[in-house]
Design a protein around this ligand. Structure first.
Ligand SMILES: [Zn+2]
Length: 298
């Protein structure tokens, strides 16, 4: 892959010398799951530096955008069960904010995967629902009635009408974007007055991240930046959002998925056993170090 240097993707400062961790990856070991959702962590990551002003860890150099788009297009997908749980978690947060929206007409989910969250939006009275997803495999896994709502490819603002959405969401995706500030600016323009942009992301300041250190699954080849509450608030402020609210998320996932995230030896056998006995499918809520942020276009 062709690599390029970059500055802080939130504030533009050059933090190249403020090293957080040297690159740690072996291109030969990256497989079809390297750019997949909710995969088994490989504990590989790009060179990471810190922007102290934004409390952001960001990768530099990063692969060229075209190479990343190709990697995502062909990424595998095997996490429909987890996607449904994530959609349940995030709709609860969105509905809290939705009371303040002008209406429920127009909702766009950037990085929608198999569209599980689009189903939740429809169940809760949202109309004009659309998703964007670069990977083929999750779109093929989408339900028949949801698949036509998903635009395949990298997010392009020009595919949508300015001022046409009450809600734009970007869940577990903002770490993967080559230019998160540009996407945030675009979300602002696509929203109606009073509309909201909601982000769910990892929090590198969370207790779970401290506990696991560099073995945390947040340090991953897919992640081009890692936010904290301060960083994500700065991202939203930079795009002009007001009344910003950032809070911790308790995610509920099946037991087998939590095991997959942990740095344990021989976990493949353990996961297979848990799935075979049914114990693995028991949903377990954990404060696993994610944050939910929302800002309004006022
Ligand atoms: Zn910065």
């Amino acid at each position: 892959m062709q690599m390029r240097e970059r500055h802080c993707p939130v504030c533009g400062a050059d933090c190249t010398a403020n090293l957080f961790a040297e690159a740690n990856y072996d291109a030969a070991k990256l497989d079809a799951f390297a750019y997949a959702s909710r995969k088994t962590p490989e504990q590989m990551h790009l060179r990471l530096v810190r922007c102290d002003a934004c409390d952001l860890l960001y990768a530099t150099p990063v692969p060229e955008a075209g190479a990343l788009a190709d990697a995502y297009e062909s990424a595998a997908f095997d996490s429909g069960e987890e996607a449904a749980h994530a959609a349940d978690t995030y709709i609860a947060h969105v509905l809290r904010a939705a009371r303040r929206l002008p209406d429920r007409a127009g909702a766009l989910d950037i990085g929608t995967g198999d569209g599980a969250f689009l189903e939740r939006l429809l169940e809760n009275g949202f109309t004009g629902v659309a998703g964007v997803e670069p990977s083929d495999a999750p779109i093929q896994a989408a339900k028949e009635n949801i698949r036509p709502l998903i635009h395949k490819g990298i997010f392009y603002e020009s595919a949508f009408q300015p001022g046409s959405f009450s809600l734009v969401t970007c869940f577990q995706t903002v770490e993967h974007l080559t230019d998160p500030a540009a996407v945030c600016d675009a979300a602002f323009r696509l929203l109606k007055p009073g509309g909201a942009f909601a982000i769910a992301s990892h929090n590198h300041r969370a207790f779970s991240a401290k506990l696991l250190g560099m073995k945390s699954p947040i340090f991953d080849i897919e992640h081009l930046q890692l936010f904290s509450p301060r960083g994500v608030a700065r991202l939203l402020e930079g795009a002009g959002f007001k009344e910003i609210d950032v809070r911790a998320v308790v995610n509920t996932y099946p037991a087998h998925y939590w095991i997959k995230l942990l740095p344990l030896p021989a976990k493949a056998q353990l996961i297979a056993l848990l799935k075979a006995t049914g114990i693995g499918h028991i949903p377990i809520p954990l404060p696993a170090g994610n944050l939910f942020a929302v800002g309004f276009k006022k």
